[in-house]
Write a protein that binds this ligand. Sequence first.
Ligand code: ZN
Length: 277
Amino acid sequence: MRDIPEINYEHDIQRLVSLYKRGIFDIMAELNRLDLTDMQRAQILATLKNVAEILRSINEESSKWVEEVMPKAVTDGIAGVIYSLGVVETAEEVYTLIKLNKANKALTEAVIADTQADLLRVTTNINDRTKYVIRQATQLSFRANYAKGINGRRAISVDILREMRETLGKAVDTGIIDARNIRWKPLDYVDMLVRTKTMTAHIDATINEAVAREAYYGRISKHGATDACRNYEGKIVKLVPDAPGDYPYIGDLRGGRDIFHPNCKHTITPTRLPNGI
Ligand SMILES: [Zn+2]
């Protein structure tokens, strides 16, 4: 039983997270340029337009990223199966043999669409949140301007300006709630999301290809995990629920909290023989 080649999407993930980081920086720069002493409608509309443009460009680039990286995760999963089942001698040869079966074609389409939709939630949230904080800051500015007449002061007070700055500073402080009801900051969410999606796509592609090649078991990888995953390292699992033998079904483990959680790095090496050889 040959272990699948190690996979690593770190470089791709960093590239995507940087894209969002730059975008958030640019949005904050737009908000910092607002003249808070004179919140005119034209100024606000121009700012919102620039923010929308920054977010549109993030969506465009991240969408391309997903179309490039997700199929790679699927292909790497298939490659791992071909290699570990001993169909070829070297890991390099594998890639010449890869063909997407029906299940993996459908998987690729689904994982691209899902990831794009989840990433879209991030920019939609930032857009809504930016509009919200600008509205809040505008309210503060109106109030300050009305109050000016009361004591004859001509400028908005330093305190109000500070409050407006603080309000605007919360533009990208949006919390994104995942399927497990955990709240994430945008950059952490993007990082976790694509890290988890690439690993999930890799495992799904592995299962699809392994089962098509009549390998109904898999061994969970080992990297010295310290979280709950450690109890599963090196363990054999069934890839289909009705495979014979007293092994846990991977589908049940994936629904739980212990292994294959968000950010989990564990992979599966398929095998036809559950006793591991
Ligand atoms: Zn893990």
